[in-house]
Design a protein around this ligand. Structure first.
Ligand code: AHR
Length: 513
């Protein structure tokens, strides 16, 4: 988008009016649903995500829990309205033997977590623990199957164990382990990052493997499976092209995509707190690339699937920095600042605006790993700025996307430019209009004018997440430094909204009739 500088030469002086973000919303033209699964999360057996973060075990802990899962985390996740939760990985998924995680806990075999710190995994958190947790927080489980080191039969058995009503060997085993009714898990990943930690396969080879594994993953009476192929990373377009060409479309519901906002995979990723503006700008550049990658992969998918039957599922995204000093490098523990809040706001706007093709996504990861929404330290827990943005945006879940035209000034740094203000809007089941706005500018606030056409609204209210410093964050000493506040700085007259959005902040407006 162009920065619009309007210079009016009036006699002997020049008046420069600063640029404005101009948005027009066609409130009567909403036709695409924003699938709630865009707001999904991801929990891997990695560092302190599961152990310590979510699961503390039933005995020997002073942390209040339900069946071993922290009550504070359960409550926070319920309030967040998590639509789906992906588990057990990530890279871990292709090493995971699900049968080692069922039955009496003291008899479960141990394994070494080869991907994440080489720690011993005692399998005390397994299939029952995960699926019961999903029921408790009201999230749909999204199971990532092992195709890298597991057999076709292992995966076929897992599907049967969790979904078959009764009379099959796996359903009987489930019942012996205390669960009568199937969980009816619909969302299944057929491997993860098959081009890398999932087996270093070529796209052609993986396409064949996918066909083979997917053949033996059976639907059951109450669970029609939604199968997601392991997808590309970033701009790996040939991967998507090969899958779309080689996998029969009736066998696949979604193709995955992974993109992290990371400075470099080879050198330093920069600190999570105390970063420079150069590092900040590069992170924002990477976050904006999500839009480019979605467009690129969607164009390929459109060629093979013009009716958009197959979804693009961005099942890993988020900011990735150097680990906090003194923590295990294999545990990927990082703080979460206002930079992460604007990554989330911008990325969710991008997803919403691509709702026709993007019908699922998973932020990496839910607790204590990468861009987490929750951090824990023994009995203490805090909600990160990213949690607050995900909560503010959850009004868009399953709402109808309102088409918009947007013109925004740029955030400029060292001669480079990025669009400063992003936005998306939707109408919910009650006819209310929700508009989310994110300003990634490091220093400047921006004036925003929103013209509503199509329908009349009479009332407006707003929420804001902002702070005085870009790397402000919540800590265990100050867990509520950054919190959602009411935003009353919006003028609303004759179908036109006017407001100023502060630097690095996120606003959500709600309009009713
Ligand atoms: O989220 C951390 C890791 O990043 C996942 O295990 C893997 O899929 C990706 O490379």
């Amino acid at each position: 988008m162009k920065k619009i500088i309007l210079s009016i030469l009036t006699g002997c002086f020049t008046l420069t009016l600063s640029a404005q973000t101009k948005i027009t919303l066609n409130t009567d033209l909403a036709k695409t649903k924003i699938n709630k699964h865009i707001y999904g999360h991801f929990a891997e057996h990695l560092g302190r995500c599961i152990y310590g973060g979510m699961y503390v075990g039933e005995g020997n802990t002073k942390i209040p829990n339900t069946a071993g899962v922290r009550n504070d985390v359960i409550q926070a996740l319920k309030e967040l309205k998590v639509p789906n939760l992906r588990w057990p990985g990530g890279c871990f998924a292709d090493a995971y033997q699900w049968k080692d995680g069922i039955g009496p806990k003291d008899k479960r075999p141990k394994m070494v977590n080869m991907w994440w710190g080489g720690v011993t995994e005692d399998n005390s958190f397994g299939t029952h623990d995960f699926l019961d947790l999903c029921e408790r927080i009201g999230a749909e489980p999204y199971l990532a199957g092992n195709v890298g080191s597991g057999t076709v039969k292992d995966l076929s058995d897992w599907v049967s164990y969790v979904n078959h009503p009764g009379g099959s060997p796996m359903a009987e085993l489930r019942k012996q382990n205390g669960r009568q009714n199937p969980w009816n898990v619909k969302l299944w990943g057929v491997g993860n990052e098959a081009w890398g930690c999932g087996g270093n396969m070529t796209a052609e080879y993986y396409s064949n493997i996918y066909r083979q594994y997917a053949t033996f993953m059976s639907d059951s009476k109450d669970a029609k499976l939604y199968k997601i192929a392991s997808g590309a990373s970033d701009g790996q377009y040939d991967w998507t092209e090969t899958l779309m060409k080689n996998i029969p479309h009736h066998m696949m519901d979604g193709v995955a995509l992974h993109h992290y906002s990371v400075l470099s995979w080879k050198e330093t990723k920069g600190p999570a707190v105390g970063f420079t503006e150069t590092q900040y700008f590069k992170t924002m550049d990477e976050a904006w690339k999500m839009d480019e990658f979605i467009k690129g992969h969607s164009t390929i998918m459109d060629k093979y699937d013009p009716q958009k039957k197959i979804a693009l599922i961005v099942d890993e995204w988020g900011g990735w920095y150097d680990v906090e000093q003194g923590t295990n490098p294999g545990f990927l523990y990082q703080q979460n600042t206002m930079r992460d809040a604007v990554i989330a706001g911008l990325t969710l706007n991008i997803f919403n605006n691509h709702a026709e093709r993007v019908r699922g996504a998973n932020l990496a990861q839910i607790v204590n790993v990468l861009q987490a929404v929750i951090l824990t330290n023994e009995e203490k827990m805090l909600l990160t700025p990213t949690y607050h943005v995900m909560k503010m945006y959850n009004v868009h879940q399953d709402a109808m996307l309102v088409p918009m035209n947007i013109e925004s000034p740029n955030y400029e740094f060292n001669g480079k430019k990025l669009t400063a203000v992003s936005s998306s809007a939707s109408k919910d089941a009650s006819g209310n209009l929700n508009i989310s706005l994110t300003n990634i500018d490091y220093t400047k606030s921006h004036e925003v004018t929103i013209n509503l056409r199509g329908e009349d609204f009479s009332k407006v209210s707003g929420k804001i997440l902002a702070s005085s410093k870009i790397d402000d964050h919540n800590s265990f000493e100050q867990p509520n430094k950054i919190a959602i506040k009411d935003f009353s700085g919006v003028k609303f007259e004759k179908g036109v909204l006017k407001l100023t959005i502060p630097a690095f902040s996120v606003i959500v407006l709600n309009l009713s009739k």
